[in-house]
Design a protein. Structure first.
Length: 254
């Protein structure tokens, strides 16, 4: 679709009633931001969202392959599927609780866009993030909705401090847009808590080391990160405090 067609589609989607389905909905600003960032990224081949609604209508039209993990609660799926603006040729549904379906899904390609907007109770958004962040391609988009909910706000703060992601913008004070950076992925089977941005101030206070959070990683730090992916958690807990200090000294360029 060309930009004018996308704008027209957003007008149509926005005009749908607020109770189009019973699971809440996003506004024009969020839909416009999705289209804008997809255009900036040069389009998307693969996208994923948890939850189903107005964003599904848009993504079904602007993504070559879109996958939706959702349940048909309050007609959130049936309303989309019955809409004349839904492109079923590009979109596939994986129905069921994301707490179960995401762990079983086999990914064959990386995703250029991931939207987390499924079940909102703790720890379910965190669980969705756990299964989806490794699938995001470098330069890809991570969108998190409803960050005003305190538990999701905490997840937002943790991701914002992570080297893997750069915060692009927050729309309507509620929907966060991140870009996947070129930083190494935190292995989902590792520990490495002391290497994560959200924990830096805590670790710095514990060790009286003051590394620059913005400092680029040295080759040693990257090597230690790689090692952490294969060392069993039990052994990493035995890692001498002095070695952990060295990690921070190296990351600070000391």
């Amino acid at each position: 679709m060309n930009p004018s067609e996308i704008d027209e589609l957003i007008d149509i989607i926005t005009a749908l009633p607020g109770d189009w389905h019973g699971q809440g909905t996003v506004g024009r600003n969020v839909l416009t931001a999705i289209a804008k960032h997809v255009n900036t990224a040069g389009g998307i081949q693969n996208s994923v969202e948890t939850g189903s609604g107005k964003t599904t209508l848009l993504l079904s039209q602007i993504s070559a392959r879109h996958t939706v993990f959702a349940i048909d609660l309050d007609d959130s799926i049936s309303q989309v599927r019955n809409s004349p603006h839904f492109n079923g040729a590009t979109t596939s549904y994986v129905e069921g609780p994301t707490q179960r379906t995401l762990s079983k899904h086999q990914w064959t390609d990386l995703n250029q866009l991931v939207l987390i907007d499924g079940p909102h109770g703790y720890p379910f958004p965190d669980l969705e993030y756990f299964y989806l962040y490794p699938t995001i391609a470098p330069g890809g988009l991570l969108i998190i909705d409803d960050i005003q909910i305190p538990s999701i706000q905490r997840m937002f703060e943790i991701i914002q401090a992570e080297d893997m992601f750069e915060l692009i913008e927050v729309v309507d004070e509620n929907t966060a847009f991140f870009k996947r950076t070129a930083s190494p992925m935190i292995d989902p089977e590792s520990d490495s808590w002391w290497l994560q941005g959200y924990n830096r101030a805590y670790y710095r206070n514990k060790t009286d080391i003051h590394p620059s959070i913005e400092s680029p990683k040295t080759g040693l730090v990257r090597l230690l990160q790689a090692i952490s992916r294969v060392v069993p958690t039990g052994l990493k807990r035995l890692l001498p405090h002095g070695i952990k200090e060295k990690i921070w000294q190296q990351s600070a360029g000391r």
